[in-house]
Design a protein around this ligand. Structure first.
Ligand code: AKG
Length: 276
């Protein structure tokens, strides 16, 4: 099953900043991804390195997770690099961005049953750190049907053409990773319910949101981001809302990095001693 967008879908993406497609991979592959996905979350893969964290909470020890997110899941399950989802998304990314499009990021977002927190309105660009030089598009695929009761994505058409809004960390709490845009008018927003294995595609500047998961089942979603590294676009300074961030996730990442560095230094001294 190879997927390409129609010219109408391409036009909608550029005009409105998003497009929804009913199928990007097979039911068989969705079932396999779902198994791997659950295994990774059950194993808490990536927790020590800060790749697994609570998007909407403070990650305090013992606190219930509101919206766990795993960055770069294929680091922990390499077979995720060979999916039809990825091949089809890559083909469409090249259709939308040109032949130099490349995968820049991937993440898995789990909203627990009944308690999964909403994802506030935001523009993905607001998360970009100083030095980022690509304008990515996101392929967001649910692993079960989604609608407004369990956290499908909602978009504001045309927001891709408006300026970046100011953002803040959720509830203004510097310990929380997630961001919320300020001054959003969502009166014209469009919800995109999907079947499992369908996908929405949105740009880095498009305002989007997901409601809470009120259903009895977890809401599993897997997103791939493709971008075009560009000499004309580079975030020159960290956005104000990303300065002073104090997430537990970041502290874990720095500690893990320190451990790796200490280990590498020890290894280097051991190697030097052997070779002396
Ligand atoms: O899955 C969600 O709730 C939010 C996803 C999202 O904002 C994104 O992938 O850009």
């Amino acid at each position: 099953m190879n997927k390409e967008l129609t010219s109408k879908e391409v036009a909608q993406f550029h005009e409105q900043g998003f497009v929804s497609i009913p199928q990007i991979t097979t039911a068989l592959e969705v079932a396999w991804i779902r198994e791997s996905y659950d295994r990774l979350f059950e194993q808490c893969a990536g927790w020590e390195k800060g790749d697994l964290f609570d998007f909407a909470g403070t990650d305090e020890p013992g606190a219930a997770l509101k919206a766990p997110q795993l960055s770069d899941p294929s680091k922990y399950e390499p077979a995720l690099k060979n999916t039809l989802f990825r091949a089809n998304a890559f083909a469409i990314a090249k259709q939308l961005l040109g032949p130099a499009a490349e995968l820049v990021f991937e993440h898995a977002m789990l909203k627990p049953a009944k308690s999964g927190a909403p994802t506030p309105w935001h523009q993905d660009e607001a998360f970009y750190a100083k030095g980022v030089d690509n304008q990515a598009i996101t392929f967001w695929m649910p692993l079960q049907p989604v609608d407004t009761t369990n956290g499908c994505l909602d978009f504001i058409p045309g927001s891709n053409k408006k300026p970046l809004l100011p953002h803040r960390r959720i509830n203004g709490d510097p310990r929380i990773h997630g961001l919320e845009a300020l001054g959003v008018d969502d009166s014209l927003s469009i919800s995109c319910p999907l079947q499992a294995g369908g996908a929405t595609i949105h740009g880095y500047h498009t305002l989007h949101h997901a409601g809470p998961n009120l259903s009895d089942e977890p809401r599993r979603a897997y997103a791939l981001l493709f971008g075009l590294r560009s000499p004309y676009y580079r975030v020159k300074e960290d956005f104000p809302w990303n300065r002073g961030m104090a997430t537990a996730r970041h502290k874990r990442a720095v500690k893990a990095d320190g451990l790796v560095r200490r280990y590498t230094n020890n290894l280097r001294s051991a190697a030097k001693a052997i070779l002396r």
